[in-house]
Design a protein around this ligand. Structure first.
Ligand code: THU
Length: 171
């Protein structure tokens, strides 16, 4: 999935990292269980508390035991005190089901200010946080993200969204 190509030349090594993402025109092209999970993310999105950005994000996490944990972005008048939907969801999953395997996260974002018809990828801080849980469980977490509707991008793991990561063994 995540390929590293190494090239040697006289006095240096060049590493090329290749990643892999899949694009679908519509959520209807995906399995029913994923459509259902994305629908729960859409519902979660409507519970965003986003009076400052008017940008509403929802995330739904499928656990292996069948439970679904959702999150939405929660803003604050002191802007950096707010939190993204993905981290609200993954931290809730970690707090509520610390031993349970996380299979999939579906993410959707809409804006009051414009139509978000292209997929909205998770921010860097969320990718870092999601990867922590992928490493913790030693199993890939699938990611699907879209805008308000339409085009969906799938990644088979968080690593594919964040190669060359700072992680536990970096410490
Ligand atoms: N936001 C998310 O919830 N997830 C992301 O990955 C990017 C941004 C939220 C944070 C803030 O409430 C609003 O979207 C605008 O940045």
């Amino acid at each position: 999935e995540l390929y590293v190509w190494t090239f040697f030349s006289l006095n240096m090594i060049e590493n090329k990292i290749e990643t892999c993402l899949y694009s679908y025109n519509d959520i209807k092209e995906l399995p029913g269980a994923i459509q259902n999970l994305m629908q729960q993310a859409v519902t979660a999105r409507t519970n965003a508390y986003a009076p400052y950005s008017n940008f509403q994000v929802g995330a739904a996490i499928q656990l292996k035991n069948g439970e679904v944990v959702v999150g939405s972005n929660q803003e604050n008048a002191a802007f950096p005190s707010g939190l993204c939907a993905e981290r609200v969801a993954i931290f809730s999953a970690g707090a509520l089901f610390p031993k349970e395997e996380i299979s999939t996260i579906c993410i959707t974002a809409s804006s009051v200010l414009k139509d978000t018809l292209e997929p909205i990828p998770p921010c860097g801080a969320c990718r870092q946080s999601l990867l922590e849980y992928e490493n913790k469980q030693g199993k890939n977490i699938e990611v699907y993200f879209m805008g308000k509707m339409g085009n969906v991008i799938k990644s088979n793991s968080i690593k594919n969204l964040l190669p060359f990561i700072f992680k536990e063994d970096s410490l």
